[in-house]
Write a protein of this length. Structure first.
Length: 165
């Protein structure tokens, strides 16, 4: 898949520091994953983790998103933080401040039990800071799918706020 790279319209809001983008991905507990089911878009929120190179996702090992991703592994992922609605006296003065990362890439299924366990623990640590390392038995590992997103392209935008360190 080739990511369509377009210049950001609001260049003053663009965040290009890859360290900042990686920190945002490293804090995210929830992302939205868009995929295409034949000719129909499909979007789902998913828990996530960041291993420093890939976004990690987990889900049940059956269902619509698994069927879609086996047929077409190309995705668009969105992560956001520090969302704040900004309103004025009229509806015309409604806006938002936010930091968002959007990336396109390809999903691969993690099949190796050791890698699957490691990645599940990375997701748990990110979603539940301070949680202890889990040991997953074969039955638990076989009941979930772990997905790894390899990004082709990432963009980051901060409007009305500065990304946290």
């Amino acid at each position: 898949m080739r990511a369509i790279e377009r210049p950001m319209r609001r260049r003053e809001c663009e965040v290009t520091d890859t360290a900042v983008i990686r920190r945002i991905l490293g804090r995210a507990a929830l992302c939205r994953v868009a995929m295409v089911d034949e000719d129909e878009p499909y979007l789902v929120p998913m828990n996530c983790g960041w291993d420093g190179e890939h976004l990690l996702l987990h889900t049940a090992n059956q269902g619509r998103k698994i069927d879609i991703l086996r047929a077409n592994p190309h995705v668009c992922v969105e992560v956001d933080e520090d969302i704040q609605m900004v309103t004025g006296p009229t509806g015309e003065e409604c806006s938002a401040n936010y930091v968002t990362v959007i990336g396109t890439g390809t999903v691969s299924f993690v099949l190796d039990p050791l890698a699957k366990s490691r990645d599940l623990n990375a997701i748990i640590r990110q979603c539940h800071p301070g949680a202890s390392e889990e040991v997953f038995d074969d039955e638990a590992l076989s009941s979930v799918a772990v997905l790894e997103v390899q990004f082709d392209h990432l963009t980051c935008k901060a409007k009305g706020t500065t990304p946290r360190p």
